[in-house]
Design a protein around this ligand. Structure first.
Ligand SMILES: [Zn+2]
Length: 94
């Protein structure tokens, strides 16, 4: 893993851009970047190790989203819900 130094450009998750963006290291704690600045929106924040922050819990919204998603892709959700029954088709039963 390459050493990160002050001013280096690294990838991190930007909360404002809501995606992984290029960031400049603005402060370090030991060998680790502590704070970074998004090179796109110039907001400073703690280095997140490229992890998105946990989403604010809005279960109703996500439930609605999943519902919409399942309507759009009924096959995808069905496939995820239960494994393909292909294996059963083979061989005799009884
Ligand atoms: Zn940004």
């Amino acid at each position: 893993m390459p050493e990160v130094r002050l001013g280096d450009v690294i990838d991190d998750f930007c909360v404002k851009c809501k995606r992984i963006m290029n960031h400049s290291v603005v402060s370090m704690v030991g060998p680790e970047p502590a704070k970074v600045r998004c090179r796109t929106c110039y907001s400073d924040h703690d280095y997140r190790h490229e992890q998105a922050p946990p989403p604010k819990v809005d279960t109703r919204k996500s439930a609605l989203f999943n519902e919409v998603l399942s309507k759009l892709q009924p096959d995808a959700t069905a496939a995820a819900a239960e494994p393909e029954p292909k294996a059963k088709a083979k061989g005799k039963k009884k």
